[in-house]
Design a protein around this ligand. Structure first.
Ligand code: NAD
Ligand code: TDX
Length: 331
């Protein structure tokens, strides 16, 4: 199989490429990535001899068409992904997430190539903190931020290209990922690298907000399940029953790094901050037989902390820039 992976130099995409090279020797991987601030060649260094990396933008229709025409399937990860950046400057989110997905859709339509579109649970908005209900594929779209509304727009484009043009596509909406190669702007790597650089960890508001954590390798195994056996036109929700408050995650990071669990600062809350995300993954489990392997959050978190300890050369160059932005935003 010739597989085109957009955004393969970012966090989830790079982990997807690593595991694909390791586990699926019959797959020839081409990565298309603009190498924005969030993507780097270094994230693909361990597989540099095994994949083709094309530096380019998913809004470049001619380039995307050429690469799609050479492929049997596309897994589309490329996007602007950080909610705080979207609040500060939404324009790149419209361009990459909406126009970019449109460009990928037109290329797979012209060339009749299978597409898997990677999306987020944030398209459903948030749930009350005290409720038991979880997101399903039937939950109404209700995005809160410029990030999640552009991801929602992209999902709706995919659905309509399936219905109107018969494009062979699937969609997955996953919860919060953690693991190696995640940018230090995101919650867990930010706190780990704050401790490692002698900064104080930063918790937005009270920390009562709940996220549903999944290890990136479990997400990527689910993406492969959907790509190979998912129903065309279907949406699958991916989650690992990992609901935790931000405060609990903060304390777990500090405990695993041998710090006082209360040794952090409360900072100004994020505007429009979603309260709780929670995924009901039963369709994926029951229909496609997927189950998460990383079921002990503490073990996955400890391994992630160890990875950041051992790979300062990867994250060090981006840390000061990320923290300068946070300082400007007062967070
Ligand atoms: P990331 O920000 O780490 O990586 C995004 C990658 O896309 C980068 O390599 C970047 O260079 C590339 N990119 C951005 N704009 C591009 C463009 N116009 N053209 C080509 N490449 C471009 O993101 P991530 O966390 O790995 O997320 C990957 C996908 O998974 C996204 O679609 C995101 O919405 C989705 N997702 C992420 C999470 C999460 O917890 N991180 C959860 C659910 C879904
Ligand atoms: O320093 C911080 N302190 C803090 O309390 C940061 C960076 C975040 N937070 C909070 C905000 C959120 O409630 O932690 C939670 C997680 O924050 P992020 O890592 O920014 O993730 P989130 O906003 O939940 O979105 C993520 O999950 C879904 C990804 O960034 C998205 O790309 C994905 O779609």
């Amino acid at each position: 199989m010739r597989l085109l992976v957009t955004g393969g130099a970012g966090f989830i995409g790079a982990n997807f490429v690593h595991s694909t090279v390791r586990d699926r020797p019959n797959v020839a991987v081409t990565v298309l990535d603009a190498l924005t601030y969030a993507g780097s060649r270094e994230s693909l260094a361990p597989v540099a001899d095994d994949v083709r990396l094309v530096e380019g933008d998913i809004t470049d229709a001619a380039l995307v068409d050429t690469l799609v025409a050479e492929s049997d399937a596309v897994v589309h990860f490329a996007a602007e992904t950080h909610v705080d950046n979207a609040l500060a400057d939404p324009e790149p989110f419209l361009r990459s997430n909406v126009i970019g997905t449109f460009t990928v859709l037109e290329a797979v339509r012209r060339n009749d190539v299978r597409l898997h579109h990677v999306s987020t649970d944030e398209v459903y908005g948030d749930l009350p903190l005290d409720a038991k209900d979880r997101f399903t594929a039937e939950t109404r779209y209700n995005p809160s931020s410029p990030y999640s509304s552009t991801k929602a727009a992209a999902d709706l484009l995919v659905r309509s290209w399936v219905r109107s043009y018969g494009v062979r596509a699937t969609i997955s909406n996953c919860s919060n990922n953690y693991g190696p190669y995640q940018h230090v702007e995101k919650f867990i790597p930010r706190q780990i690298t704050n401790v490692l650089t002698g900064r104080r960890p930063k918790l937005y508001g009270s920390g009562a907000n709940v996220r549903d954590w999944i290890h990136v390798d479990d997400h990527n195994r689910a993406v492969w399940r959907v790509l190979t056996d998912g129903g065309l036109g279907r949406t699958y929700l991916i989650g690992a029953d990992g609901e935790r408050s931000n405060l609990a995650v903060m304390r777990a990071v500090l405990r695993l790094m041998d710090r006082d669990p209360d040794d952090f600062d409360h900072v100004t809350d994020r505007a429009g901050h979603d309260l709780r995300y929670a995924i009901d993954p039963s369709a994926l489990r029951d229909e496609l037989g997927w189950a998460p392997e990383h079921t002990e959050f503490d073990l996955g978190l400890a391994a992630t902390i160890a990875w950041y300890r051992d790979n300062e050369s990867w994250w060090g160059p981006m840390k000061d820039t990320a923290e300068a932005a946070y300082q400007e935003w007062g967070r």
